[in-house]
Design a protein around this ligand. Structure first.
Ligand SMILES: [Zn+2]
Length: 320
């Protein structure tokens, strides 16, 4: 199924300050990639304008937190720091309003025929907690989408797979305890944000619950593939999701400056390819981390080609 990229250009104006790894250049680099892939027919591409309100984040996040963001947006003192690593300005608010628009498109797609989407946005979301920003993240896109799909389609089964190098602690905090949701996170551990040891895992009768898979520093493609084969995909196959949401962070790549894992773009291609085999009519991948611009671009390309299905050439991602 050809991926449809929802590109949020407003994310280009959000900045955390000079020399920050979560930079506008990340989205700029991906913009060039998406144009190329769209021109060759590998993806379709839409540019998403900013919406008018944050109501889609109301529920997964506390109202008082969203009100606080709105009041900061009205304040002349800008930008502000929401945590030591995360800045907020009026440009940030516009970026978040753009992701809210993209979320409403994704929710609409679930009412219709489904589809295969890649949401390219900044700031990322998976560390954002119900009541606060954390680790470059301000609002949680993947969790908000799952939360609303849960509300609108109470019979559905929703899986969230997070393969960022960091534990998706915010997503887990928002979704834990909601019925018929499976959250899987593979991540380096011990590592930021300190959670995700696996001790709080749960496994319901049909596979719903929490599956945190901590990985040692230095984990490579071969070991990660074993984890996919023996743990991640068996659980997804048992759960049989109606809707699949992917927190797609690419900072587990061996060239990433923040993470300590040794994955390559080959594994991202495989993940994309294998997700298609689940037969899920709706897949929404949401960009999270990935801080080496070249590795990010190559990894996103590999993943999108994988999502195109098993016919796309894997050979170009094999290392010589
Ligand atoms: Zn990350």
């Amino acid at each position: 199924m050809k991926p449809h990229v929802l590109f949020c250009p407003a994310g280009l104006a959000h900045t955390n300050g000079p020399s920050h790894p979560e930079s506008p250049e990340r989205l700029q680099t991906l913009s060039a990639l998406f144009s190329r892939l769209a021109s060759e027919g590998t993806v379709s591409l839409s540019s998403i304008p900013a919406g008018k309100d944050l109501s889609l984040y109301d529920g997964p996040h506390h109202r008082y937190y969203l009100d606080m963001l709105a009041s900061l947006n009205d304040s002349p003192r800008s930008p502000r720091r929401l945590d030591p690593d995360t800045a907020f300005s009026s440009a940030t608010m516009t970026a978040i309003l753009s992701t809210a628009s993209a979320l409403s498109l994704l929710i609409e797609a679930c009412r219709n025929e489904g589809g295969n989407f890649f949401l390219a946005e900044r700031p990322p979301g998976h560390h954002a907690l119900p009541d606060r920003a954390m680790g470059f993240c301000i609002v949680n896109h993947a969790a908000a989408l799952a939360w609303h799909l849960r509300r609108l389609h109470p019979e559905s089964r929703i899986a969230v797979l997070d393969f960022d190098v960091h534990h998706g602690n915010g997503t887990e905090a928002i979704l834990r305890g909601l019925g018929q949701i499976l959250f899987i996170s593979t991540h380096q551990y011990p590592f930021y944000p300190g959670t995700g040891s696996g001790r709080e895992n749960t496994d319901g009768r049909k596979g719903e619950g929490i599956l945190d898979i901590p990985l040692q520093e230095g984990t490579d493609d071969d070991w990660y593939r074993t984890i996919l084969d023996e743990t991640v995909f068996p659980r997804l196959e048992r759960f049989q999701p109606t809707f699949l949401i992917v927190s797609a962070g690419f900072d587990a790549h061996r060239e990433d400056p923040l993470g300590g894992l040794l994955l390559t773009e080959e594994i991202y291609h495989e993940i994309g390819e294998r997700l298609c085999t689940l037969g899920c009519p709706f897949i929404a991948s949401v960009l999270e981390g990935g801080y080496n611009l070249s590795a990010l671009s190559r990894s996103v390309e590999a993943y999108l080609r994988g999502l195109n299905g098993p016919d796309s050439s894997l050979s170009r991602f094999r290392q010589s």
